[in-house]
Design a binder for this molecule. Sequence first.
Ligand SMILES: [Cu+2]
Length: 120
Amino acid sequence: MNNKKALTSIIFATFLAISFNLQAHTSDHHHNEKGASQLSSGVPEMHHTTGTVTQVDASRGQIIIHHPPIESLEWEEMTMPFPIVDKTMLNGIKVGDKVKLDLTMPDDVATISKIEVVKD
Ligand SMILES: [Cu+2]
């Protein structure tokens, strides 16, 4: 058996499993239309939450955050990836940091417009 090949397929299978999870999670949110329907004319929809950073890749602008329930979106507590308006906002943010988030909803995708580390 070719070890290198076996390792490659394990990595690939793991990658597939992860992408599937993220996709399932995203469509969860998209089935909840309630939050999106609160749009009022002219005022960008904004939501606020706190959370704990579980994964961050500042150079690629990727962050995964465990957030408590967000009432204004009717979202349950969960761990999920968030896109970010400006990836330089992730500089200095580390795994384990407690953060405060401002979220906007372009195309119904919760996107971080502001992130701030909070001390506890
Ligand atoms: Cu979520």
